[in-house]
Each structure stands twice: as structure tokens, then as C-alpha cells.
Design a protein around this ligand. Structure first.
Ligand SMILES: Cc1ncc(COP(=O)(O)O)c(C=O)c1O
Length: 400
């Protein structure tokens, strides 16, 4: 398996994620919104049809997930400590389980989809299962209604992790309801690469009101621990890696605190008020799809979900060479996600083989498609895609 990172363009002309500046960044003298945290709770509550007190703004999505999981552990009287998470996910998800003092159990994906289905989740559950983290990623939605009914019948809590699915809309046209609206708790993120891209911030959405006091206890507990760690300067600095497997051995640092700061809340509110880039992203994707050469096929996706990347499928042996051609044209690409069980840090949490994630990862190549790309950036990606060519035997790169 070729685990090299995709090469970064020497001259980065089309980044995967470069949101336009916010008006408040451009006008430093602009008055701050009064009570931005309370205003954000009100706005998110309105969008998600929840009371404002059910929204807990956090420093990031990982903090929201860790606080939610810790609250579930405090609520549990049977000492259950296992949390099922997809092996095909960003490391912040599994780190949140560890932050909460719980034991992750890695599960596989549905066949040829970037998210697990019910059989994949069920295979990873057992008597010690406390919760399932249902993270809808790469524009694929987990069927939460069926999963939640199945899990509730077994006393297992589902967390609707909508870090990549919440686009600021109540999604009235989707019968499955808004993102983050199912299960016992919902998780939002406003960090980099997310649909509402404020650079930081997250939120926990409490669906089961009886959990609220335990969420507050968990939040205070984790906040104290994270502040102490960050004051002690224990946050690990990550070196620069060229290999994604090696990077996974070095986990991202824990958040510096649990709570969202008012400036971040102001930024999130501003992004929510901007309108949606979704329609523009759809048009970019249609242009890219038209330009695809035979060596790259578009991946299936759920059109109701926001588009963070244009995902194509390529021959695994060609992926790095194709990414190199894109980088030479100034176009950034990504390889998300090397399944977590490929690192020695997370391997102990896989109970058995994870064949679907292993088969999917090597053929995925993700390209820029956000709605804020300029016409010249779009032309650049289209041109780079149209001129991709499969490396010949003489030029094909050796597999490490
Ligand atoms: C599905 C999912 N959940 C949670 C997170 C963590 O969010 P944050 O980066 O804001 O901590 C991420 C981050 O990429 C994610 O993709």
C-alpha cells in the first residue's frame, strides 16, 4: 500500500480549502456582536429546531465529541466503556474517545462506501458497548434512523457526528431531518475543511434533556484537564511528515480548552449568515465531472450533503503519480483517510480485519471543489484533470 502523502504543489494555486475572508476580518473596527456565544446558541437552535440551552458551543468538534462521550459514561451505571468508531475517519474522532477515558472499537465500512452500515457497526458492538459514533463523511450519510432504533433497543447511545454534514441549513427537503438531529447527541465542527468554515469551533447538540447536567459536569472536567495540559506546555508539536502512516503515529494535540471563545462564535455566526456555497460547489463539481479523463471516475455521493471535496476513484498504483501531475499544475489533492488501524497507536482497537476500508482508501483521490473557487482556479483544475495521464511502465513510480 502506497502511504505517501500526496505531493504538495510547489506553487499552490488551487488549495483544497481557502475560504474567503470574513467581513469582520476586513473591518477590524467593526463592533463585536453582543453576547456572541448566546447568539450562536440561539441561531444553531433555530436551525436545528432545538432550544438554545441544548446547544453547547465548544473549542472544536473533537471537544464536543469528547464532552458528549464523557457525559454518556457518567450517565451509565453498568460501567460500559467501549465506543464504536469507523476505522476510516479522521484521528480527532478516535482521540475524542481516548480523551473521554473510553476504549475505542474500530469498525469497517459498508461495501464500497466511505461510511459504515448497520451490519458493520453491529459487528463491532458487544456487552461493553456504550456508544456508537456515526460520522457521516465524504458526502456519504449514515442511515441514522435505522441505526438509532437498533442501538436504542440494546441500550447503546448513538452520536450523530455531523462535523462534515452540517451546512447551516435545517435541510427541510431531506426527510432524514437536519444533520446532527438524530441519536442522543449531535456533534458539529466549524474548523478547517468543514462546510461552515470558521477555522475553529464546534458544538454539542443535546437531544436527550436528561443528559444536560452530565454534559455540564463532563465539560467542566475536560476543560480543567485540557487547560492544565496546555498551561503546562505539554501540547505536542507535530513534525512535518511525508508519509501518512507515520503521521498517524503522532496524534494531534488535545484542545487547549473545552469552550468556544467569543471571537470564534462571532466568526461562526458570520459564516452562518453568509448564505450557502453549496450551489456554487455543485456547479464546480459538474464542470470537473465533465473534464474527467478515463483514468479517474467520479465517486458516488449523496447530493443532499455539502461538498467538501470532489472525490474520484483511480487505480491505486497510479494515485501518487496522478497527484504529482496535479501538484505540478498547482492543484492540491488529498488522500483521506488512511484507516486508523494502519498505525501502531490505533491498531490495538481493531478487533478483526477491516477489509472494506482497506480496499476503499488506496483508490480515493480528493480534489478542490468548494464554491468559493474563482473562475481561473476552476479552469486550472479542469485543465489539470483533462491532461492527467496514466504513468507508463518506464515512468511508473516504484511502490515503497
Ligand atoms: C467526522 C468528524 N468528526 C469530528 C471531527 C473533529 O472536528 P475538529 O477538527 O473541529 O476537532 C472531524 C474533523 O475533521 C471530523 O471529520
Amino acid at each position: 500500500m502506497d502511504t505517501r502523502y500526496n505531493p504538495h504543489p510547489r506553487e499552490l494555486l488551487v488549495p483544497l480549502c481557502q475560504p474567503p475572508a470574513l467581513a469582520l476580518d476586513l473591518a477590524p473596527g467593526a463592533p463585536e456582536i453582543r453576547g456572541p456565544i448566546a447568539a450562536l446558541c440561539g441561531e444553531l437552535g433555530r436551525i436545528l429546531a432545538r432550544p438554545p440551552e441544548s446547544i453547547v458551543p465548544t473549542a472544536c468538534g473533537r471537544a464536543a465529541l469528547a464532552v458528549g462521550l464523557r457525559a454518556l459514561a457518567l450517565a451509565d451505571t453498568d460501567g460500559r466503556d467501549e465506543v464504536v468508531v469507523p476505522s476510516f475517519a479522521c484521528p480527532q474522532v478516535i482521540e475524542a474517545v481516548l480523551d473521554a477515558g473510553l476504549r475505542p472499537v474500530l469498525c469497517d465500512l459498508a461495501p464500497d462506501r466511505p461510511v459504515p452500515d448497520l451490519p458493520a457497526f453491529a459487528a463491532a458492538t458487544g456487552e461493553r458497548s456504550l456508544a456508537i459514533v456515526a460520522a457521516s463523511v465524504l458526502r456519504a450519510k449514515i442511515e441514522l434512523e435505522a441505526l438509532d432504533a437498533w442501538a436504542r433497543a440494546r441500550g447503546i447511545c448513538v452520536i450523530d457526528d455531523a462535523a462534515q454534514a452540517f451546512d447551516g441549513r435545517g435541510s427541510t427537503d431531506d426527510p432524514r431531518g437536519p444533520a446532527a438531529s438524530r441519536g442522543s447527541l449531535g456533534v458539529l465542527s466549524f474548523g478547517r475543511h468543514k462546510p461552515i468554515c470558521a477555522g475553529a469551533g464546534g458544538a454539542l447538540v443535546i437531544h436527550d434533556a436528561s443528559l444536560a447536567p452530565l454534559v455540564e459536569r463532563a465539560r467542566a472536567e475536560l476543560d480543567a484537564r485540557w487547560r492544565q495540559t496546555s498551561l503546562a506546555g505539554d501540547a505536542r508539536r507535530r513534525p512535518w511528515f511525508t508519509d501518512v502512516r507515520e503521521a498517524l503515529e503522532h496524534p494531534p494535540a488535545a484542545p487547549a480548552r473545552a469552550d468556544m471563545d467569543p471571537t470564534t462564535a462571532t466568526r461562526v455566526l458570520a459564516r452562518l449568515g453568509e448564505g450557502h456555497e453549496l450551489d456554487a460547489a455543485r456547479r464546480v463539481s459538474a464542470e470537473l465531472a465533465d473534464a474527467l479523463p478515463a483514468c479517474a471516475r467520479p465517486r458516488p455521493h449523496d447530493p443532499a450533503l455539502p461538498q467538501l471535496y470532489f472525490a474520484v476513484e483511480v487505480e491505486p498504483a497510479h494515485r501518487h503519480a496522478l497527484a504529482t501531475q496535479l501538484a505540478a499544475a498547482g492543484v492540491e489533492s488529498s488522500w483521506l483517510y488512511l484507516p486508523l488501524h494502519h498505525s501502531s497507536r490505533y491498531r490495538p482497537y481493531a478487533r478483526g480485519p477491516v477489509p472494506e476500508a482497506d480496499a476503499l482508501w488506496p483508490k480515493l483521490l480528493l480534489l478542490p471543489t468548494r464554491g468559493w473557487l474563482t473562475p481561473s482556479q476552476r479552469r486550472r483544475v479542469v485543465g489539470a484533470l483533462a491532461s492527467l495521464s496514466i504513468p507508463g511502465p518506464a515512468t511508473r513510480e516504484a511502490q515503497p
